[in-house]
Design a protein around this ligand. Structure first.
Ligand code: ADP
Ligand code: F6P
Length: 321
């Protein structure tokens, strides 16, 4: 194998650059040319790719976002789009692909693999919803941003005897809300998988008030069955003892310099992905299993759903009292 290509796809995640750097530098060590595809599957379909040199990945380890940029692309989901993509790879004499991204992007990786392009996936998504890895690249950095926000909100909430509703990302997965709630000491957590009713949220807040708390914090995942503003209106009309304020954290959660954990994870996964493709392995995603970088079949990654442990829900409830 002489030449492979790499892309970052789906929602950006802090640490994607560290993974790109690791693949390119490890590639040089193995005498492999690494082409960077710009804007994910869109760039692949347009043939927008070029050789990445060592200097091009200098100074990106600590940068958030992705220097290759990212995109979402509908055409690539079709069989015609996928055949066009393979044609582009053949035109550039690319013999293997490394796809860095979330579960959707990894479904794209699986499609390339099925069409005969040896492909390895690297899990990167702040949502931590990818099956087969304890942690995806970006999750740790995002959680730290959420915790920073929660700590700040608690200071002001306590000073004013207020309840804060904090909306965090996660359209389909409540991992960030649940872990943010546990680690930030929230009174209430609402996730798409296990959503409390608005009545239950109000009851928890009333309970916090009668137990003498000077604040109440609820972490609400973006994918909750009701909007944060609806919940605020409901709570305002059902005396909880607290004045209600809302904060929507939004895309602030996806930006910024990756944490030490994410830099290490991305670096290890980048090196492992490169070494595996050189060794002739493909159709797998590199994952974190305990302290080990494991191999997980892309077939499994793209067909299984990562569950959130019931233990964490129980812990969030017990420790909120
Ligand atoms: P993420 O990778 O963060 O989960 P998306 O779900 O938006 O983000 O997927 C990113 C891109 O991956 C999509 O825009 C599309 O180009 C590609 N993709 C997603 N699902 C599939 C699929 N089933 N088959 C082929 N490509 C897919
Ligand atoms: O998948 C990552 C993620 O940040 C989700 O948590 C969020 O729901 C979504 O992407 C937001 O997507 P966009 O950046 O397209 O608004």
């Amino acid at each position: 194998m002489k030449r492979i290509a790499i892309m970052t796809s789906g929602g950006d995640a802090p640490g994607m650059n560290a993974a790109i750097r690791a693949v390119v530098r490890a590639g040089m060590d193995h005498g492999i040319e690494v082409y960077g595809i710009r804007q994910a599957y869109t760039g692949l379909l347009n043939g927008d790719m070029s050789l990445m040199t060592s200097r091009e990945v200098s100074g990106i380890l600590q940068r958030g976002g992705t220097v290759l940029q990212t995109a979402r692309n509908e055409e690539f989901k079709t069989p015609q789009g996928q055949r066009k993509a393979v044609r582009r790879l053949n035109e550039h004499e690319i013999e293997g692909m490394i796809v860095i991204g979330g579960d959707g992007s990894l479904r794209g990786a699986m499609a390339l693999q099925k069409l005969g392009i040896p492909t390895i996936g690297i899990p990167a998504s702040i949502d931590n919803d990818i099956w087969g890895t304890n942690m995806s690249i970006g999750v740790d950095t995002t959680l730290n941003i959420i915790l920073d926000a929660l700590d700040r909100l608690r200071d002001t909430a306590t000073s004013h005897n207020r309840a804060f509703l904090l909306e965090v990302m996660g359209r389909n997965c409540g991992y960030l809300a649940l872990m943010g709630g546990i680690l930030g000491g929230a009174e209430v957590v609402v996730t798409p998988e296990k959503a409390l009713t608005m009545q239950e949220v109000a009851a928890s807040m009333q309970d916090a008030y009668t137990r003498g708390k000077s604040h109440a914090i609820a972490v609400i995942a973006e994918g909750a069955p009701y909007k944060i503003t609806e919940l605020a209106d409901y709570l305002n009309s059902h005396d909880t003892g607290f004045e209600i304020r809302i904060t929507i954290l939004g895309h602030i959660q996806r930006g910024g310099s990756p944490s030490a954990f994410d830099r290490l994870l991305a670096t290890r996964m980048g090196v492992a992905a490169l070494e595996r493709i050189v060794a002739g392995e493909s159709g797998v995603m590199v994952g974190l299993d305990g302290r080990v970088i494991s191999n997980v079949l892309l077939e499994d990654v793209t067909t299984k759903t990562r569950p959130i442990s019931e233990e964490y829900y129980a812990m969030a409830y017990t420790l909120s009292r």
